[in-house]
Design a protein around this ligand. Structure first.
Ligand code: ADP
Ligand code: ADP
Ligand code: ZN
Length: 211
């Protein structure tokens, strides 16, 4: 089976929507951002290499990312396809992916720049299960208790501050946004309005991918 790509600017709702798509398709999520943060927390050489780029809101070099994906796709659970979240982010990554995995649809979650800063700066997540919340738009039902796993440890990402967000948006426009046209030319780009309620974005995606 082929894989799905979740595409969009930082804070578009890729991680949030991944939950609904995983439930629908059974595909495991492959988030390069999560993998890099795990490497960083583990203190591995790869984490150390990625650290300065992530802190600056710049993209980690393609060779590092492609190596990471290559290895991940050899694992047993990836054999029926995966849900890529935050990968590919450059044309070079997309070209490398062509030799690794077939992509059936690229879901582009479209959110205007002026919404991104408030989304990123209000984001927090559960340290235990990774569930993503937002201070204003999607808070936990009980303050600081995870709705998914009842965990009580909430976490904010070091790079979720206004300065870094501006750099990440710039990296998105310069290096990542051109991929939308690249995939559109291949006829597999599905554009979705990400500037609506979380459930409405999810319905648009699920009907679009033929769920
Ligand atoms: P968001 O979805 O909020 O933009 P991610 O968790 O996807 O954040 O990524 C966090 C950081 O990790 C990025 O700013 C970048 O430094 C790095 N990163 C993640 N995925 C990639 C990728 N595919 N290519 C290059 N850098 C990446
Ligand atoms: P990404 O993975 O693309 O960086 P996230 O899924 O982490 O984005 O979402 C970024 C922030 O915006 C989170 O705090 C999340 O709760 C919130 N969010 C996600 N989707 C929506 C939406 N449709 N409307 C309002 N807030 C949203
Ligand atoms: Zn949790």
């Amino acid at each position: 089976m082929a894989s799905i790509v979740l595409f969009g600017p930082p804070g578009a709702g890729k991680g949030t929507q991944a939950v609904a798509i995983m439930r629908k398709t059974g595909l495991p999520q492959v988030s390069t951002g999560d993998m890099l943060r795990a490497a960083l927390a583990a203190g591995s050489a790869l984490g150390l290499e990625a650290k300065s780029y992530m802190e600056a809101g710049a993209l980690v070099p393609d060779s590092v990312i492609i190596g990471l994906i290559d290895e991940r796709m050899q694992q047993e659970d990836a054999k029926n396809g995966v849900l890529f979240d935050g990968f590919p982010r450059t044309i070079a990554q997309a070209e490398a992916l062509e030799n690794i995995e077939e992509i059936k649809v690229v879901v582009s979650i479209e959110v205007p720049d002026e919404r991104i800063v408030e989304r990123i700066c209000g984001r927090y997540s559960c340290s235990d299960c990774g569930a993503v919340y937002h201070e204003k738009f999607n808070p936990t039902s009980v303050p600081d208790v995870c709705d998914s796993c009842a965990g009580r440890q909430m976490n904010r990402r070091a790079d979720d501050n206004e300065d870094t967000v501006r750099s990440r948006l710039q990296a998105y426009h310069n290096q990542t946004a051109p991929l939308a046209e690249w995939y559109s030319n291949k006829g597999i780009l599905l554009r979705v309005n990400g500037d609506q309620q979380i459930e409405d974005v999810a319905s648009e995606i699920i009907s679009g991918i033929g769920g």
